[in-house]
Write a protein that binds this ligand. Structure first.
Ligand SMILES: Nc1ncnc2c1ncn2[C@@H]1O[C@H](COP(=O)(O)OP(=O)(O)OP(=O)(O)O)[C@@H](O)[C@H]1O
Length: 688
């Protein structure tokens, strides 16, 4: 007899949930769940976790790794709800939730801090986000004299990308250069010494970057004693979004669970969209045979989300992929309306069309929250944001968030980080330069003097106040000592930081009051974390996708339209979806058309966008774009053609609309919506 809480699952989902779990206990064999878009992957994973708990698994011994912090807390909450219903009072064992649910990186941080002493690492290391890492790379590059070479040395961001690719893929530097960065191949020797110096700088400052979190973890597990110890802490290890993991992550799992017992991974190769971060679908493909006996594979191919016409169109798009492993999805959700290809003149008309349709949908009963506009790059929604504001349509934007990127929020975070780790040069530099009168030379001298001291903050207090510097310097020294001492507790420390920073904020920015509101919001977010260390770690590893993600949307109605990059739309669904700029140059992005592999990833991105829609889907085709990088009011534009991922042979899966105007006819070829290139405009552009 099936337990009532499993009754709503279809047979494949149930197989995936129940596989290897029984009341007798014992870890089940390895399991791979291939879950197509909208096939109930999340709910299958939730039920598997709940089923484990109902059958006696210890929540402290379950490791659940997801792609974002939000996904981890959603999964935990849903599993708890099921357990409370099924177990009644016994569900009290879940009072602390699942303590080991989180992203790969945040779990890595916790384990590394715990095992720090055994692997020669200072347990209070701080973590650099990508931007900090690029800044440190730049400092090192400068010190080695590479910023003054005769031929231009690769930029700091490129250096970091190369470094990161080598680390995450496990490939040799020369192979990575030849395959992905051929224009930098002649710098191999210099890059190698740059990376060596970068690693030394990180170690001297007690800093780990994102890649280190996985690399150190993987290296720690290369020691058989530690591998057994870490692996032995968990009876069950479950991993979501396995298609977006890289080789290092796969090796971590294998080291923790060499025979695969207790290991479950879930993924969909058709939705793999992070190859640019060295993720590899090979992880999914190679998973079954990594074990003896091989892992069981359960495929979920019934889509519950989209109507048949939408699913048929999405299947047609992914059907043209060069390499593909999963079958087409099917659904019994009938629907008459095919996805619509909407031709509009330009960005402005695109924005108007969407605003009009969104309001019409609302009149017809759909809330704003049930509708989403998706785009390849955060900047694509700029014109739409203006139009929505003009029409007073509230919206929340996910992806490309400005909040944490803004100078004042970064200043405050740098201060906290510097208090946490006073050897962190990048954070320290930013903080020192805030003091009126302090320049790079003062900052560097001070930081160098601090770096060699046993207690850097005490050393700072003993240093003479640099000449021509005002009272803020003494204030900073006292503040850092107080923060370091931790007497104020958390999150009250943020109040102290704000007290010191407010006069500086007012001096630096005309719009200080708006920025102050952001700092108050940051304080609200901070209150959700038990300590400064956890706050800094979590925010660095997984910044909120939107301010509303963490702190509510104070100034908006309860209902708002969702604007999101396709990457941030992962795992979500809406009744109506509009995809901006379904044209070549945007999807695929002209940054992503270098190699076949990149083009294929862009194809999967379009597939991910299309499969977010339940009932209706619009792909927007603006005929021309204004190009970036020109003077204000410049009129340089290019003509766009329909994305190459919807070639003529699959057009009959779509309806056509020209807007404003009447029902359009089938665009006969990609050239039919304007010339591919506007040579006349290019000729004019040459001389501007
Ligand atoms: N057995 C089921 N019966 C009815 N509806 C289901 C069933 N399983 C899942 N669903 C519904 O299908 C939709 C998609 O589920 P879910 O969000 O878990 O998909 P997913 O596999 O995570 O999708 P994606 O990988 O595309 O993000 C949800 O609305 C969910 O309620």
């Amino acid at each position: 007899m099936t337990a009532p809480y499993l009754e709503k699952l279809n047979p494949e989902q149930r197989r995936a949930v129940e596989y290897g779990i029984n009341a007798a206990g014992g870890a089940p064999g390895p399991l791979l769940i291939i879950a197509g878009a909208g096939s109930g992957k999340t709910s299958t994973l939730v039920h598997r976790v709940a089923h484990l708990l109902v059958n006696g698994a210890d929540p402290d011994r379950i490791l659940l790794m997801t792609f974002s912090r939000r996904a981890a807390s959603d999964l935990t909450r849903r599993a708890e709800t099921i357990c409370t219903q099924v177990m009644g009072e016994r569900a009290g064992i879940l009072a602390a939730g699942l303590p080991w649910a989180g992203t790969f990186h945040s779990i890595g941080v916790r384990l590394l801090r715990e095992y720090a002493e055994q692997i020669g690492l200072a347990p209070d290391f701080s973590i650099h986000d990508r931007e900090d890492s690029a800044d440190l790379m730049n400092l090192v590059r400068d010190e080695l004299g590479y910023s003054r070479t005769e031929r231009r040395f690769p930029a700091k961001v490129t250096c970091l990308e190369i470094y990161s690719r080598v680390v995450n893929s496990g490939a040799a530097l020369c192979d990575v250069l030849n395959e992905s960065f051929p224009w930098c191949a002649s710098w191999e020797i210099e890059l190698r010494s740059l990376f060596a110096a970068y690693v030394e700088a990180k170690q001297a400052q007690g800093v780990l970057d994102f890649d280190d979190l996985l690399l150190y973890w993987a290296r720690m597990l290369a020691d058989p004693v530690l591998a057994e110890d870490v692996g032995g802490r968990f009876d069950h290890v479950l991993v979501d979004e396995y298609q977006d993991t890289n080789r290092l992550q796969a090796s971590i799992l294998l080291s923790m669970k060499p025979n695969g017992r207790g290991l479950t991974v879930v993924g969909d190769d058709a939705q793999s969209i992070y190859a640019f971060r060295a993720a590899t679908v090979r992880n999914i493909l190679d998973f079954p045979s990594a074990f003896d006996p091989a892992a069981a594979v359960v495929t979920l191919d019934r889509n519950y989300r989209s109507t048949k016409p939408i699913l048929d169109a999405a299947n047609a798009v992914i059907g043209l992929a060069k390499e593909r492993f999963t079958k087409n999805l099917w659904t019994d959700r009938e629907g008459r309306q095919r996805p619509e290809l909407v031709t509009v003149r330009d960005d402005t008309e695109q924005a108007r069309f969407i605003a009009t349709r969104v309001l019409e949908n609302r009149e017809a009963g759909a809330t704003l929250k049930q509708q989403a506009v998706l785009f390849r790059t955060a900047s694509h929604s700029a014109v739409l944001e203006v139009e929505l504001t003009r029409r007073r349509i509230p919206f929340v934007k996910f992806g490309g968030l400005k909040f944490l990127d803004s100078a004042h929020v970064k200043d405050v975070l740098a201060l906290l980080r510097f208090a946490q780790n006073p050897r962190d040069l990048v954070g320290g530099f930013r903080v020192m330069l805030l003091v009126p009168g302090a320049g790079p030379a003062t900052a560097r001298r001070t930081l160098e003097a601090m770096a060699t001291a046993a207690d850097p903050i005490a050393a700072l207090g003993r240093l003479p106040v640099p000449p021509r510097i005002g009272g803020e310097w003494a204030g900073l020294v006292t503040l850092l000592a107080t923060l370091r001492g931790g007497a104020a507790g958390w999150p009250a420390q943020l109040e102290q930081v704000r007290g010191w920073y407010e006069p500086i904020l007012e001096r630096l920015h005309d719009d200080a009051s708006t920025r102050l509101a952001d700092l108050l919001q940051l304080q609200g977010i901070a209150a959700g974390y038990p300590s400064r260390e956890r706050f800094l770690t979590e925010l660095t590893l997984d910044p909120p996708a939107a301010t509303s993600d963490e702190a509510g949307v104070p100034s908006l109605d309860n209902d708002y339209l969702i604007l999101s990059t396709i990457h941030s739309a992962k795992g979500q669904e809406w009744r109506s979806v509009f995809v901006l700029n379904a044209v070549d140059g945007c999807i695929p992005s002209d940054l992503g058309t270098g190699s076949t592999r990149e083009v294929e990833e862009e194809r999967r991105l379009l597939y991910v966008a299309m499969t977010r829609a339940k009932d209706d889907l619009h792909l927007m085709l603006p005929q021309r774009f204004y190009t970036h990088g020109q003077r204000a009011k410049g009129d340089r534009h290019v003509y766009a053609s329909r994305t190459r991922f919807i070639p003529r042979e699959i057009l009959d899966h779509f309806d056509y609309l020209s807007w404003p105007g009447s029902q359009g006819s089938a665009p006969s070829s990609s050239a039919s919506i304007g010339p591919r290139i506007d040579i006349a405009a290019q000729m004019r552009g040459m001389w501007r």
